[in-house]
Design a protein around this ligand. Sequence first.
Ligand code: TYD
Length: 135
Amino acid sequence: MEQTLALIKPDAVQRRLVGAIISEIEKNDFQIVAIRTLKLSIDAAKQFYQAHRSKPFFDSLVGYMASGRIFVLLLEKDDAVEAWRKLHGHTDPTQAEIGTLRQRFGIDVQQNSVHAADSLATALDEINFFFGEGQ
Ligand code: TYD
């Protein structure tokens, strides 16, 4: 069974959408095998998004991700990486397919409510980041 990492971002936690998002995750046949909640430090947010460090939106993204509590979920399903990306939808909520979480709940391209690992290799890194030894 494949695993992937999901985040419920500060905009969704603040608007009390955690239950609605988890409900959709379960309706779509993912098993939640671990869950934690925390507020990222600026340094941790920088580390998590290091692949984007040269992008113009990096500082703003890091500030936003450290602005409030997030939920971190370890999801399991056949083809979990692809299935979770499909359910969470396009980066920009205005372009996200109808019924995806970002189309339903996202505010804009930054406050887009959820995160998905973008490949199996990234999923393993991100799972280790939040659930590895020393966490
Ligand atoms: P990206 O990996 O391109 O998208 P996705 O989350 O769909 O895999 O970008 C990572 C995050 O960076 C994205 O979820 C929100 C933020 N971001 C911005 O704040 N502004 C932008 O213009 C883009 C493209 C992304």
